[in-house]
Ligand binder design. Structure first.
Ligand code: BTN
Length: 274
């Protein structure tokens, strides 16, 4: 009897997240320190999920799909099943809240560098933490904080990375406002979500203690090297209205510096609208 030959798995086959692989990788990095790992098939938002957990230990959550993925500025992060990375880390932070400034920029640097090491030739950063590739967004970072008291903060670091978003059959259904790309479109091999998750978590966990010790200043030069807004004419949406000027990089706490006829302005939060 001859068996019907099934086509070999197409490169588009969904690669589910592998709990065993990611757990053992995390055990290696955390060197015996306690941590929790949840890999969920579906959740509204991995950030929301972790914000409800206890603060006393590192807790990591990845999901195959988010039904209400949160983006910056109240936007939605499009999160279809099995194609991207939706990853959050709850990091108990025991210093002053001000010492967190620049954290989201530092995570942007880590994601951008990891992607370059993975084979994407050049990545750029758009303040504060959007990761770009050939003028298209490939990853975003959303940090949410609940302060328990002055020296205990529940910091949830959320990272969304487009890996194989272009494989989604019904692309029209992806209501993404700005030009986007994914890892699969930028490399000439089929990217592995497990490998990318492991590289990302490894780098984030290795660099968080450096941030805790030195703040954003340790990452400022790396961030500046990838600054795609530098010397560009920009408009910023602020609570005080639209401010126009020329982007002049960031300072040691991650504030964006904008120059116009009134002088230099520093912004710790705002939305770049162009
Ligand atoms: C942005 O707008 O650029 C930030 C996007 C952040 C998306 C990630 S996906 C994992 C985590 N959970 C969420 O709900 N949002 C973040």
């Amino acid at each position: 009897m001859s068996l019907i030959e099934l086509p070999s798995p197409a490169t588009q086959t969904i690669e589910l997240l592998n709990v065993k692989f990611l757990y053992s990788m995390l055990e290696e990095i955390t060197l015996g320190k306690p941590f929790l790992l949840d890999i969920l098939p579906i959740i509204d938002s991995t950030n929301r999920y972790l914000l409800e957990k206890n603060t006393n230990q590192l807790h990591i959550c990845l999901a195959e799909q988010q039904t209400a993925g949160r983006g910056r500025q109240g936007k939605t992060w499009v999160s279809p099943f099995g194609v991207n990375l939706y990853c959050s880390l709850l990091w108990p932070f025991t210093r002053r809240i001000n010492d967190l400034s620049g954290l989201s920029l530092m995570i942007g640097v880590i994601v951008a560098n990891m992607l370059e090491n993975y084979g994407i030739p050049s990545t750029g950063l758009k303040w504060p933490n959007d990761v770009f590739c050939n003028n298209k967004k490939i990853a975003g970072v959303l940090i949410e904080v609940i302060s328990e008291h002055s020296h205990l903060h529940k910091v949830v670091i959320g990272i969304g990375l487009n890996v194989c978003l272009s494989n989604v059959i019904d692309r029209e259904s992806l209501t993404i406002e700005q030009p986007w790309t994914d890892v699969a479109s930028q490399v000439d091999f089929h990217p592995s979500r497990n490998q990318l998750a492991s590289l990302l978590l490894k780098d984030v966990l290795n660099y968080l203690p450096i941030f805790e010790e030195n703040g954003f200043r340790a990452f400022q030069a790396d961030w500046s090297n990838k600054d795609i807004l530098l010397n560009q004419s920009i408009a910023l949406k602020t609570p005080q209205g639209i401010i126009k000027g020329i982007a002049k990089g960031v300072n040691e706490t991650g504030c964006l510096i904008v120059e116009n006829e009134e002088g230099l302005h520093h912004f710790s939060s705002a939305e770049v609208t162009n």
